[in-house]
Design a protein around this ligand. Sequence first.
Ligand SMILES: NC(=O)c1ccc[n+]([C@@H]2O[C@H](COP(=O)([O-])OP(=O)(O)OC[C@H]3O[C@@H](n4cnc5c(N)ncnc54)[C@H](O)[C@@H]3O)[C@@H](O)[C@H]2O)c1
Length: 277
Amino acid sequence: MYQLNNKVAIVTGSGRRKGIGEAIVLRLAAEGCRLVVSDLGQPKGNEFAAEHIGVSEEVQDIANSCRALGAEVLTISCDVRDDIECQRLIFATVEKFGRVDILVNNAGVGYLMEPFTEFKESSWDAVLDVNLKGAFLCSKYAANQMIQQGTGGSIVNIASQAAKSGFPFAAAYTASKHGLVGLTRSNAVELGKHKIRVNAVCPNHITTGLGHWQNIFFSEKMGMDYATYMQSIVKKNPLGRTGLTEDIAKAVAFLCSEEAAYITGEAMNVSGGEEYH
Ligand SMILES: NC(=O)c1ccc[n+]([C@@H]2O[C@H](COP(=O)([O-])OP(=O)(O)OC[C@H]3O[C@@H](n4cnc5c(N)ncnc54)[C@H](O)[C@@H]3O)[C@@H](O)[C@H]2O)c1
């Protein structure tokens, strides 16, 4: 365990069952953090349909699972594309817990995939607005709060293997995740003097709600049935399996801890050895 007792942690996009965000809040709850479970909470237009997002019942369920581990939990709905809502996320956290020590920018959209020559501007904007602008806005307000507190902090951005390599049909997703690593490095350099560490974690192939959607999408594109596609994924992975949400949660807990006190500006692959640069 990483001794995160009483640290106040906000995890965006953590209100969807089976998601990486859910695993992160459960792990941070087990580590003794006080938590903000945040998500969209309700569908918004075609691009944010209920089947793709964390709705309020799921948010409450996940918050209750964290409480069952002994954590104090606040739930806040926040659309990370919206400047005012991101400010409110930080202010409401401070109102409840008095401080912010950890921010995990986990909210992400990976289901708007189209051939590049037909890529819709609206899809591009939705992906970039959540995956990159959302992390910028939440980090900006969290960093201001951490600077005021004067005791440092940790920001972890959930990037992707698509932050290191290109993928077909995923121009916006790949660009946003590469950009997120750029944001990570720039913020690490600029905020280091305040003892705020900024790192990214780069997962691959985890069968979350989003991961399942991507498995169906890519298996169809490759003309394979689902099972054959999954076998092909496992076959090319040095550790011979796909990732688990808990694999990412462990990496996040480590990066937020004193064990990682001299680590900042990193984009850590958690990919079973599939991605190594
Ligand atoms: N599953 C994978 O294989 C995989 C691989 C690499 C990276 N990732 C990244 O991990 C993160 C979590 O993904 P996941 O696989 O757990 O999928 P998920 O769909 O379970 O989680 C994404 C969350 O983001 C939330 N979200 C979407 N738009 C939002 C908005 N405007 N404001 C606030 N929240 C919003 C969703 O409601 C959802 O809860 C994402 O950033 C994703 O890109 C996932």
